[in-house]
Design a protein around this ligand. Sequence first.
Ligand code: ATP
Ligand code: PLP
Ligand code: MG
Ligand code: NA
Ligand code: MG
Length: 297
Amino acid sequence: PSETGRVLSIQSHTVQGYVGNKSAVFPLQLLGYDVDPINSVQFSNHTGYPSFKGQVLNGQQLWDLIEGLEANDLLYYTHLLTGYIGSVSFLNTVLDVVSKLRSINPKLTYVCDPVLGDEGKLYVPQELVTVYRERVVPIASMLTPNQFEAELLTGLRIQSEEDGREACNSIHAAGPSKVVITSINVDGNLLLIGSHLKEKGNPPKQFKIAIPKIPAYFTGTGDLMTALLLGWSNKHPDNLEKAAELAVSSLQALLQRTLDDYKSAGHDPKSSSLEIRLIQSQDDIRSPQITFKAEIY
Ligand code: ATP
Ligand code: PLP
Ligand code: MG
Ligand code: NA
Ligand code: MG
């Protein structure tokens, strides 16, 4: 399958390193997509470093770019992809962008990574949670929360894979037909839970992929994961488990390469967060070997 499209990707830009658009644009291009990045921030480096400097785009500045595209009939997109968003005003403008894009292409797929926090810690202002829950989730086509985000958006506690499946059901009821909880922690290992509601009224098709946890902390992986899920799920629209197998297999090959490179350079991979070896992993992105299999429930 070679189905591609044109993706508007509203995410962070870092001058050095790979998070946000820096970790999403290149892989989508490798998979054959035209990708138009809007940089929601431009920072020197990601916020995990001791310091960073740069600029933040506000909602009006985002809208200016949309108006510029519209004035030249350039607003036709097949996909919108959003990740980390730092303020309610910017998120409200993103909602306007979704409406505008859907007025031009009613079939627009909106892939939303509802970045709120991780491992029990919120890293956006609290008031964003309500806006995501009440206004963003209902209009998203595919949602890729982590465990903590799925809990915040559903109000459910997720401690088991059963809980993860229930959370997916609850998210389907709110709107998105595709949900991937990118990682839940079960007994020290990672579990991805995917769910595709093919027809309303029928049970969704659900699956899991077990992922051994690598003892290191990576950044940019969540953003890369969502980009890969967009890329592959569009090529396999009726087979979310296949899309997830491809995405996880690419990502894990990249993480292994990242780990090996740091180790052979004499670094302790547990001492700081690792910059992913994205460019070096282009073959694993373009044509992944499926090394991680989905188990269908
Ligand atoms: P979000 O983008 O909302 O933060 P997330 O918390 O799931 O989502 P990450 O924690 O970056 O994002 O994980 C994304 C994917 O990266 C996971 O599904 C997993 O496949 C992989 N991953 C990240 N860290 C590790 C690790 N230490 N060992 C193995 N896989 C990992
Ligand atoms: N965007 C910016 C500016 C960041 O600093 C970070 C992480 O530090 C991220 C996004 C998130 O990256 P991840 O994909 O690991 O969730
Ligand atoms: Mg995480
Ligand atoms: Na995620
Ligand atoms: Mg993230």
